[in-house]
Each structure stands twice: as C-alpha cells, then as structure tokens.
Design a protein around this ligand. Structure first.
Ligand code: UDP
Ligand code: MN
Length: 314
C-alpha cells in the first residue's frame, strides 16, 4: 500500500508522455527455459559497445517476454504514410501486420494519406485499431518522406499523451513475414539497415558535406540505420522527430538536402543520442528472396517496387 502511494505521487509529477515503467515482472510458478550465461548467438553481436541489446532470433524468449509485457497493459502507436501511388502497398502492409505485428497487444495505427477513399478495409484483430488521417498531396517523394518527421512530431505532441506508451514509424512499401512484438520495445529503438550491417563505417552513406546539419565526419559512426523503421517511447521519439524536423528545416533554408533525406538526419541523431535497443536487419530486410547466413528469420521486409512507376518524380 505504501509503495502504491509513492508510485501514484510520482506519477502525478511526471510529464504527460512519460513512459510508465513497471519493470519486467515474472510470476511464481511461471515456467520457461533457463537462460544461459554461456550460450548464445556466436555469429552475430547481440550487444553494442554502449551495452544496448541488438535483437536477433535466438536472443530472447518469446514466451517469457510476452508474459511479462502482458502485465504492462501497453498501447503501441504505429504510423504509416501512403500518398499518391503508395496506397497500393496498404493492403499487404496491413494484412500482414495483422498476422504478425504485436499480436495480443493493443495497437493503434495512424495512417496518413492524401486518398482516404482508397484505403482498403482490413479486418483488425481485437485491440488493434486503424485511424485514417487526410494529408495534402505533395509533388516530390523526398518531401513526402522528410515531411513525415513534422507530422509525427505534431501527432505525438498533440494527440498521443495518455493514448499510447510506445510508437513505431514504418514505411508502407513493406510486408511482415514473421513476429514483430514486445522484444522490440525500448526507449529509443533503431533498425540496422539491411545493406550495411556487414560494412565498415567509411562505406556508410552518411551525409558527408559539412554544410548539412546531417553531416557526420569521416572516422565517426556506429551503425547505419534505416529511415524505414524506428521507434521507442513517446518522449524519446518526440525528441527525435523534433530534432530531425528542425534540422531538415534549417537545411532547406540553406538550400541543401541531405543525401538520404530524413534518413541522413536520423543517422546523425542516433550517433549522438545512442539508441537503447537496436533491431537486427531481421526487422527490415531488403527483399524476401535475398538470403544471408546471419538472418535466421525475416520479420519485416521492403517489397520490390519500381521507383520510376510509383514515385511522383524521379
Ligand atoms: N511515400 C509515399 N508516397 C510517395 C513517396 C513516399 O507515401 O510518393 C512514403 C511511404 O510511406 C514510403 C516512405 O514515404 O514507404 C519512404 O519512401 P520510399 O519507400 O520511396 O523510400 P525508400 O524506402 O525507397 O528509400
Ligand atoms: Mn521504403
């Protein structure tokens, strides 16, 4: 009772989107496989040099973590954008998400589109809900992609307090093929880009011009992260989106556009604000048909697309 009162008092003084943290609790009598201090994946790194976990198949016990996270009564906000011809990706994205994404947990999708009338009707699981928001069309795919940071910032700041605990922001030209669930949760979560997980840092496609605020000097860099999937707590993702949005605006005012747009700014952000959890390329693969010995399961993947055909400009 005493603990409870302290908790409630703390609760009142927290900022409105502060993550509720109950800790990860098991229960007497709940049985699962013994974790090992000695055995684990040996072909991949499962921790960074700042001691953040890197999530790969075989590094977590789904039975145990599902059980512990169920007690937390969480809501995962999930954003996706489909403007112009990208609405064609929605059906497979949503149907596959409903097969694999946070099954058994509360999910609130926010779909931003300039064509709400063509959004497919997809049967949602219990506790999964879809909200469609109309946004203006844009002429450049780069502006659509970068403009997401601004819309995400406003969504979190103005609407998500008390509505969600975590948020993931995902590309729509993608599909789920396997479990993506509570093992992915953390304060600040980045996904290692599927083209660069084996590459030395000098080959990363960071922005290399000092004139851009996305600039990363030679000799710096941890990983190359994808802009197609990132997330974390509302508070941390708000700070991320706000920072990237501000830096994108300053670059625009200085007539410079970073080489990979908001992905370049995201990489700059993650270099100096270390993610607390990293997801392996299982969580954003290149194409379902491409293999790699370290990838034991593909959970989420870009689908093949003809850029010239789907994008509004080259
Ligand atoms: N997007 C969109 N309409 C467009 C271009 C982009 O809705 O005409 C959105 C969509 O959510 C897409 C994301 O912006 O997944 C990123 O663009 P894209 O997938 O083309 O970038 P890539 O993954 O190829 O770098
Ligand atoms: Mn994409």
């Amino acid at each position: 009772m005493y603990r409870m009162l302290i908790y409630m008092n703390n609760n009142q003084s927290r900022p409105k989107w502060k993550l509720k943290d109950y800790g990860l609790r098991s229960t007497p009598g709940f049985v699962y496989q013994q974790p090992s201090a000695l055995r684990g994946r040996t072909d991949v790194a499962s921790v960074t040099s700042w001691l953040a976990p890197i999530v790969w198949e075989g590094t977590f016990d789904p039975t145990l973590i599902d059980f512990m996270y169920k007690k937390q009564n969480l809501t995962i906000a999930t954003t996706v954008f489909a403007l112009g011809k990208y609405t064609r990706f929605l059906k497979d994205f949503l149907e596959s998400a409903e097969q694999h994404y946070f099954v058994g947990f509360r999910v609130q999708y926010y779909l931003f589109t300039d064509h709400p009338e063509v959004v497919p009707v997809v049967k949602m699981r219990e506790n999964h809900h879809l909200t469609v928001r109309k946004v203006p069309s844009m002429n450049r795919w780069q502006d659509i992609s970068m403009g997401r940071m601004d819309i995400l910032e406003k969504l979190i700041e103005n609407e998500l307090a008390g509505e969600a605990d975590y948020i993931f922001c995902l590309d729509v030209d993608t599909q789920f093929y396997g479990r993506w669930s509570v093992e992915s949760l953390g304060r600040l979560v980045g996904v290692i880009h599927p083209w660069f997980f084996e590459a030395p840092r000098h080959l990363f496609t960071y922005e290399r011009r000092p004139e851009s605020l996305a600039y990363i000097p030679e000799g710096e860099g941890d990983y190359y992260f994808t802009g197609a999937a990132f997330g974390g707590s509302l508070e941390d993702v708000l700070h991320l989106t706000k920072t990237c949005r501000e830096q994108l605006n300053i670059d625009t005012a200085n007539s410079i556009e970073a080489v990979w747009h908001e992905e370049s700014h995201l990489n700059k952000y993650f270099l100096y604000n270390k993610p607390s959890k990293l997801l392996s390329p299982e969580y954003l693969w290149r194409n379902i048909n491409a293999g790699s010995s370290q990838i034991k399961t593909i959970r989420f993947s870009h689908v093949a697309k003809n850029n010239a055909e789907v994008r509004p400009n080259p």
